[in-house]
Structure formats: C-alpha cells, structure tokens
Design a protein around this ligand. Structure first.
Ligand code: PLP
Length: 418
C-alpha cells in the first residue's frame, strides 16, 4: 500500500496535489511519500520485532539524505556498498554500529574508514578480500567483524542483470567452499567471524528461492558449529519484489513468518537488507508532455523526462505504470496507444510503450514505482541537469534535492586553452 492516489480528478501524494508540486518545482521531478517509506520499513521491522534483528535498508535503492535520515530515526540500519554511501549515511545521522558493508570490490581505504567508525559487519565475498581486510585491520589495530557472503546457487527467477545467487556470477563464495573459507577467516588474526550472509537477487516475486537459500545457510551454520565456528547472525540480504505491473510479490510479513519459523530455537540474530521493497512504491516521477507526434505506425508522447533521469525501462526493459496527473478532459486531447519517450537521441529512451492514454501537449504524467533505482541511477547524459527530489509529509512539502543548475554541469571541467 502507498499514499499516492486520486482525489477527484487530481493525483495526490499524501495531502499534496502533484499539480501544485509541478507548478512550484517544475518538471521532471521525483516525489516521495514519507508515510509510505515509513510504512514499508515497518512492514519488516514490526514483523521481526519479537526476535533479535536488524533491518539494514539497502541504501543504494534511494540514498537521498532526507530519506536516510527518516529511516535512521525509525531505527533502521543500513547496507552500504561504497565509502560514498558510508559517509553519506553518517551525514544523515545513522548509527555506524548498525551498518553492514557489502560489495565485491571494497578498497583498502574504504575498509579502513569503515573500521574506524565501527560498523557492525563486513560482508566478505572472496578469500582475497579476507586477506585485504585482515591486512588493513592489523595495520590500524582494530579487529574486523566479518560475515561471508555465500552463493547458495539458487535461481531467484528474476531479470539476469539483478540475479546474483547463481554459481556463474561474480558474487559471493561458492557454497562448496564455505567451510574452507570460514576456517581461513578464523585463522586470520585481524578478523572476528560473526555471521553468514547471502543476497540472491532483486525483484523476487516468490518466497521459494529466498527460503531455499535460507535453508542452505542454516545447514552450513550446523556444519560450521560442528567445527567450532560460531555464527551469531544470519543476513538474508534484500531482494523482495514490488508490484510494478501485475506481479504479486509476497508481503514481508508472510516471508518473515516463514523465516521466523525456521529460525525458532536457534540463537541467531536476523539481519535483512531490503531496498526496493521499501523505496520503489514510495516514489513517483513526474514529467510533462512536450508534444504529441503521430505517424502512420505509432503515436508518441514526447516528454521532458528521459532515460538519464529514470533508466530502468531502458536498462532492463522494466515496465512501470504511467498515469495522468489530472483526469479532467481537456480540449485537444487524443485517446490512443502511445509510446512515452524522452528527448534523448537513443531509441532506448522510453518510459513505456503502447500505453493507453488520453493526453495533449502540456499534460503531466506520473511514472509510478520510481522511488527505488530511480534518481540514484540518473546521469547527466545529453547535458541534462538531474531532476529535483521532493518529499511529501502530510500537507508539508520539502525540497530534498534541488534541480541541478546548468553551470554545475561543467563546473568540474577545465578547458585547456584558457
Ligand atoms: C542491492 C542489494 C540489496 C538490496 O536489494 P533490493 O532488491 O533493492 O531489496 C541488498 N543487499 C545487497 C548485497 C545488494 O547488492
């Protein structure tokens, strides 16, 4: 459930009209709902409130400071993948002890900083990385808490680009090498083994693969215990899907009930790293139709947003719902199947194809489910300033990131003959 919907003929975010936001801040822009973000976070946190747990928001999904701040205030921890994310989330007021650090290519300076601020755990993905972390930790005299990311070789049945738990991809330590890897980790003086983790993919629409991965990890924990290696927490990663079109992903409570029953009687803290399922449907992308172009083959709504602002349709062929911001009939509107496309010189620059819309030039459209992997994946391609981000809280409107200025586009560049 989210807090976007029509009041009469106008689309609202909570108690604010989207028309009003577009008027005030221009288009394109992203609009987030605070109540939705908080609700989605609590769908996780409340479901596991009765067991030791930590919900580490996968912040790569949407890392605006205001978003991080409000989740930190709700008690969230964070899953980070770079020093940029570490510094950003500290800026936002996060508790470093609730941070886990994921990623296949952490660099020594990133490890050092994370050790200095005292993060909860490093999710390690290779033996080489164990060596590197050990040498950084030994050098600065701080023991590093580690978990090993195991690749359980489970097919998450999602898009290949966001599928990460099969044995032929770059992520994690192969299931068969688990014991050997943990023994090696134990032998390194700079490290302290505390957990086990996995993350098999994103936009999963069934619990089967997630629970299969959990079962594999629980078996491994027994194996490790028998060897005297004590695992204190199990981190199941993120990956729960959302409804973009007609998917029916499990509710976090349903997934977590199954997880809890498997954890019963074991002395394990549960860590989760949800990103998309917290942020995706807490945001929409607003764009204005520049003009309508029709030829014999197809109708195009050419809009002022583009693939540089929201790349999911272009990158993954992702389907996101496109709806009018106002459903009031206007003169000059055409009702037809439209390809909704941006102004960039690439055929991949589209938000949706063959969408039934009744629109005219100047009309506003909202691309739903744009709160995750939206703004964070934006670029300046075609020298387009990145769009502003706006957070709505009831009747209140906060500009949480300004539209980039044209000057900022070249501010870091240097001419040679000047
Ligand atoms: C991307 C990622 C997440 C978040 O995934 P969602 O599908 O957005 O929930 C969590 N953990 C790791 C290691 C990731 O790479």
């Amino acid at each position: 459930m989210d807090h976007f919907g029509y009041r009469g003929s106008d689309l609202y975010a909570e108690d604010v009209s989207i028309n009003e936001i577009a008027e005030r801040f221009g288009t394109p822009c992203f609009v987030y709902s605070k109540a939705t973000l908080i609700r989605h976070f609590h769908a996780y946190a409340d479901a596991i409130a009765d067991i030791p747990h930590l919900v580490c928001y996968g912040m790569k999904a949407n890392s605006n400071l205001a978003v991080l701040e409000l989740l930190a205030k709700e008690g969230a921890g964070f899953d980070i993948v770079s020093i940029g994310e570490l510094e950003r989330v500290i800026q936002a007021g996060a508790n470093p002890h609730k941070i886990v650090f994921s990623g296949v290519g952490k660099q020594a300076h990133e490890m050092q900083r994370a050790l200095e601020v005292g993060i909860h755990c490093f999710n390690i993905e290779s033996l080489a990385e164990l060596d590197q972390l050990n040498s950084v930790a030994t050098k600065i005299g701080i023991t590093a808490p580690v978990s090993l990311r195991i690749n359980p070789d489970v097919d998450p049945k999602t898009h290949p680009y966001i599928s990460t738990g099969l044995k032929d991809n770059k992520f994690g330590i192969a299931h068969n090498n688990t014991l050997q890897a943990y023994k090696y980790a134990q032998s390194l003086k700079g490290l302290r083994v505390i957990g086990i983790d996995c993350h098999i993919g994103s936009q999963l629409t069934e619990t089967g693969p997630l629970l299969e991965a959990l079962d594999k990890l629980l078996e491994l924990i027994e194996l490790l215990n028998a060897e005297g290696i004590v695992i204190k927490h199990i981190d199941l990663g993120g990956g729960l899907g959302v409804t973009y079109q007609d998917e029916t992903p499990p509710h976090p409570a349903e997934y977590l009930a199954a997880v809890k029953s498997r954890l019963a009687g074991r002395n394990l803290k549960l860590i989760l790293e949800p990103g998309r399922s917290i942020a995706a449907n807490a945001g929409i992308f607003i764009t204005r139709t520049i003009l309508i172009k029709t030829n014999q083959e197809q109708n195009f709504a050419i809009v002022d947003g583009a693939m540089n602002d929201l790349i999911r349709p272009a990158l993954y062929g992702a389907w996101q719902r496109i709806i009018p911001v106002s459903t009031t009939d206007k003169e000059g509107q055409i009702e037809a199947l439209f390809d909704v496309v941006g102004p960039i010189c690439e055929s991949g620059d589209f938000f949706g194809k063959n969408r039934l819309l009744k629109i005219a030039a100047g009309d506003l459209l909202a691309v739903r489910s744009s709160g995750a992997y939206g703004f964070v994946m934006a670029s300046n391609y075609n020298s387009r300033p990145r769009a502003p981000e706006i957070l709505v809280d009831g009747k209140e409107i906060y500009l949480i990131r300004e539209r980039e200025s044209l000057e900022s586009l070249w501010a870091l560049e240097h001419r040679v003959n000047k």
